[in-house]
Write a protein of this length. Structure first.
Length: 397
């Protein structure tokens, strides 16, 4: 199958592009390299030394004999070029990772809020509009987030895969209706994913587009069997206060002896998935698109849930690094339960990778190997959700 991977230079997109290429698919990456440019803007860099995209692709050709194409293109700003690409390449499917994905970055400044909305919502809409204008039947797989459901809205009731059956009171008695699960975003970034959901519902209904929306949890880990094949294929590892996600951050902090940066009590429960499972889930989703005229197919792409403090305690126990309870820079529930339905991927053959000491130490080894590249002044999260919220002092001088 010929697959366009939008955002294929990023943390999830790069290993996915390699995995799909390894499976024999013809892959073309579409990326505007905005993630690399944001690193420059923030004065940070991936902990792992990621090679330029041209080098990555040349090395993949060297080690696998396979060619991955690359189109330097902004899907939010270059509609006509994207449409022309669909018309010339005629892909069998599109995977869409190409959005600004950090919640803290999206709350950082008015400019970052506006960029996140413009980039994510326009980009997604351009992709949908171009598929329709191309006149081709191209299934779309989009990376959404568990955060569209919000945390704690329905107490301990299991979060369904996208849709909720509700009772609508009418004068003739209650009727059952299936609705998109109510959206309850916790950041401007998460809000863009809830807006994406409405775009998908409309285009599935109006143009019979075949759309799969993957509500993914927090991705952890770094390497996949393909990125391990050569040092120059290494995946990115974000550890800074805006882009680093909690489990990888804790593992990196443990590697350099930095106190583990738990926000508040650490009672926040979140869903997690290892990057190796991310790439398998994308492959499964590509093989199982909805039929034309069906509603958007939603999967919860998560394998397990943990409280932030449970992760900190586990890593502290293994490594001896202390835990710091810092003022929470985010506006979020201090404690929440999270019970996620995640049957669809398992039914389609996913064998979930669960957190183990072996996998944790693999990430810690990578962090150890590259710890000299760490800028400890970039670790503390400084993007606050509201004016007047506290940030924490640097813990390592
Ligand atoms: P990332 O920032 O590492 O990668 C995103 C890629 O998209 C980057 O290479 C960036 O340059 C590109 N991009 C952004 N805007 C673009 C545009 N307008 N045109 C072309 N390319 C563009 O992010 P990631 O961690 O790989 O996440 C990928 C997707 O998965 C995102 O949509 C994110 O919301 C979702 N997701 C990520 C996680 C996670 O923990 N990393 C969890 C759940 C969902
Ligand atoms: N947290 C800490 N300490 C840290 C970092 C984070 O306590 O050093 C806490 C946060 O306050 C939050 C939780 O850990 O309660 C998760 O934060 P995160 O940065 O790991 O994840 P989040 O902001 O939710 O975003 C990440 C990805 C995003 C994706 C989302 C999936 O960046 O692209 O959509 O995970 S989910 O959380 O399931 O919505």
């Amino acid at each position: 199958m010929k697959v366009l991977v939008i955002g294929g230079d990023g943390f999830c997109g790069w290993p996915t592009a390699l995995h799909l290429s390894d499976q024999g698919h013809d892959v073309i990456i579409v990326d505007n390299l905005s993630r690399r440019k944001i690193d420059v803007e923030l004065g940070v860099d991936s902990l792992t030394p990621i090679a330029p995209i041209e080098t990555r692709l040349a090395v993949w050709k060297e080690v696998s004999g396979k060619t991955i194409g690359f189109e330097y293109l902004d899907v939010a700003l270059e509609y006509q070029r994207f449409l022309d690409l669909l018309l010339s390449e005629r892909p069998d499917a599109i995977v869409h990772f190409g959005e600004q994905r950090a919640a803290p970055y999206s709350m950082r400044t008015p400019a970052a809020k506006r960029f996140t909305v413009d980039n994510n919502v326009s980009g997604t809409h351009n992709v949908l509009c171009a598929i329709v204008e191309s006149g081709q039947d191209i299934p779309l797989v989009h990376l959404g987030t568990m955060g569209v459901y919000g945390y704690g809205w329905s107490g301990s009731a299991p979060i369904p895969e996208g849709y909720l059956t509700v009772k609508v009171p009418t004068p003739d008695g209650d009727i059952d209706r299936e609705i998109l699960h109510p959206a309850n975003p916790g950041s401007v970034y998460h809000m863009t994913k809830t807006l994406d959901q409405l775009l998908f519902a409309f285009y599935a209904k109006n143009d019979a587009l075949r759309i799969t929306d993957l509500h993914q949890g927090i991705v952890w880990g770094t390497q996949t069997p393909q990125t391990e094949r050569d040092e120059r294929l290494i995946n990115r590892f974000d550890y800074d206060g805006d882009y680093g996600t909690v489990l990888n951050r804790f593992l990196m902090q443990a590697a350099i002896g930095h106190p583990l940066t738990v926000h508040g009590t650490g009672g926040q429960t979140r869903a997690f998935i290892h990057v190796r499972d991310t790439v398998r889930c994308i492959e499964i989703a590509l093989s199982n698109p909805p039929k034309r005229g069906e509603q958007v197919s939603v999967f919860n792409q998560v394998t397990e849930t943990y409280r932030v403090r449970e992760l900190a305690e586990l890593i502290s126990k293994i490594t001896g690094v202390e835990i710091a309870n810092l003022p929470n820079p985010r506006k979020e529930a201090a404690e929440n339960d999270l019970n996620v339905t995640r049957d669809r991927f398992v039914a389609l053959g996913l064998n979930p990778t669960t957190l183990s000491e072996g996998l944790l130490s693999e990430v810690r080894d990578i962090a150890n190997r590259f710890k000299d590249r760490a800028d400890t002044t970039k670790i503390i999260a400084r993007s606050v959700w509201n004016k007047g919220m506290e940030t924490s002092p640097d813990l390592v001088k």
